[in-house]
Ligand binder design. Sequence first.
Ligand SMILES: Cc1cc2nc3c(=O)[nH]c(=O)nc-3n(C[C@H](O)[C@H](O)[C@H](O)COP(=O)(O)OP(=O)(O)OC[C@H]3O[C@@H](n4cnc5c(N)ncnc54)[C@H](O)[C@@H]3O)c2cc1C
Length: 448
Amino acid sequence: MDPHRVILGEADLEGHNTDWLGMVRGASKVLLKPRNTEEVSTILKYCNDRRLAVCPQGGNTGLVGGSVPVFDEIIISTSLMTEIESVDRLSGVITCQSGCVLEALDQYAAEYGLMVPLDLGAKGSCHIGGNVSTNAGGLRVLRYGSLHGSVLGVEAVLASGEIVNCLSAMKKDNTGYDLKHLFIGSEGTLGIITKIAINCPPRPQAVNLSFLGLQTFDDVLTTFREAKDKLGEILSSCEFIDSSSMQCVEENLKLKPPIEPHPFYMLIETSGSNSSHDEEKLSSFLDYALGSGIVTDGTVATEPSRMQHIWSLRERIAEALVKDGYTYKYDISLPHSEFYKMVEDMRNHLGTGVIRCCGYGHIGDGNLHLNITTQEFDKNVLNQIEPAVYEWTAKVNGSVSAEHGLGFKKRNFMHYSKSLGAINLMKQLKSLMDPNGILNPYKVLPET
Ligand SMILES: Cc1cc2nc3c(=O)[nH]c(=O)nc-3n(C[C@H](O)[C@H](O)[C@H](O)COP(=O)(O)OP(=O)(O)OC[C@H]3O[C@@H](n4cnc5c(N)ncnc54)[C@H](O)[C@@H]3O)c2cc1C
């Protein structure tokens, strides 16, 4: 392999050994950059024959310590696998290698009047292969569903080096077990994804973004319900931010919200094909929301730069929190009725021993990002949060990992959301597909 594609220097490896949050650090001595499926296959066969563990890495934006080695696993980076193989303008299917950066892939899709049905704050760095491997959710699951629906086909390489081609670009394909789903969301523990066929919807012609201020969390839920009823098919995103998260963005990133301070904020986006129709629907929804008092202030943006500013208030919260020092991060699914009680209970439970305890997230999907910060890591604070946060989630039948996955940090909490029978079946699948346990060890599955 060309020496530029074999990285050995400690300094060059530093960024690949450390996760985005700067909390999980491995000690790999080698990073390899294959260019195609055959090279991935050769590397994995070599490693499997010699029982050498590997850690697949995309953009390294994962938030659960799954993308960095735990010890000295060989890092296999998809950063050079950026080829787009085909675009079918009529069906909307794009087939590409797994190292395409999400934002670049979306810009490419735009040239054909299409959009990648996935958007998240890390879009400028994350790879589509990393997205599929984590079954990333993001800002538009409400409209386009999860990647289990949008990804039509996957090509992956097993630990043995065997290439499994499930790269169907057909929207309907019921020939046997749908094996691609095993790779979607398995975080590099069952195979390395090398190619993806993804269904891309038409790019909307008209997009509006409203930023709303609300007094109570009950008003947030009522506004969401009204938005679903009154905006119907044009509702494309519904996000929520509490005042503590907004204060963090203001203090740490010096960004300003476009309205006066409120206890809660919502971002409601519409996307459609007819701007006057969409604007009429949105303004009748806003008239109702402001008139009935469930929303007390709001503004609407249609120009890209204003929309971008408003989105940055939501998308850059994770970055702002990091600047507090240490972040205890929880990504949970909860029934809407319990959604914000979790933040309030945790805030009362922790008292003044933390900088902030805040909540934001994908309210449209029932996905809360609960974040607590301290100046530096504090074991006592961690013991106060865990396992209480997981017990609380399990009690209301929520999920301890909504969209970020389990990686290294959350794997021992899987039993709060999955039955013993399900965990045992996952372990059996792992031993079948990776009998020597070389693929991303110490991730996803709990320690025995
Ligand atoms: C600011 C910010 C905002 C975010 N917002 C969201 C959000 O809204 N929704 C959301 O779901 N996530 C979000 N994330 C988390 C993260 O961006 C996603 O998990 C993303 O999908 C990871 O992609 P990546 O290419 O960076 O993968 P990496 O971080 O490199 O890897 C993630 C996991 O996938 C495995 N992997 C990577 N590539 C492959 C491959 N080709 N084959 C097999 N396994 C592979 C890795 O081993 C690891 O286990 C956010 C992160 C940041 C930093």
